[in-house]
Design a protein around this ligand. Structure first.
Ligand SMILES: [Zn+2]
Ligand SMILES: [Zn+2]
Length: 105
């Protein structure tokens, strides 16, 4: 019962699914923040998540701000793990914290 959902990328084929905020796709150098722990939901524990510094700032606010911010922000997008690497290269700053999937290989 360990069938993890894969994502089919038009460019890279079947890979691990990743979720990124809309800003990471449309801008560059918006920062690149990664989830430090896998999702609590076992069904999504393999999902790699990354978002920009703006989202990180607003999501640290209270629930009302988060709710409004999410309403005004386009939904996150699914990308493949190789597309995520390109997104990382376009946005990441030096000395960022590594995501859970990037630590010790
Ligand atoms: Zn964002
Ligand atoms: Zn891809």
């Amino acid at each position: 019962m360990d069938k993890k959902r894969k994502l089919l990328c038009g460019e890279h084929g079947e890979t691990n699914p990743c979720m990124v905020c809309c800003h990471l796709l449309s801008n560059s150098h918006v920062g690149y923040i990664t989830a430090s722990e896998p999702d609590d939901d076992p069904e999504w524990s393999h999902l790699r998540e990354a978002w920009c510094e703006k989202c990180d700032y607003w999501w640290s606010k209270n629930r009302l701000f988060v709710w409004i911010y999410n309403l005004m922000t386009p939904d996150p997008r699914m990308v493949c793990e190789f597309c995520l690497e390109k997104i990382r290269d376009a946005n990441a700053r030096p000395n960022r914290e590594l995501g859970w999937w990037e630590r010790d290989g």
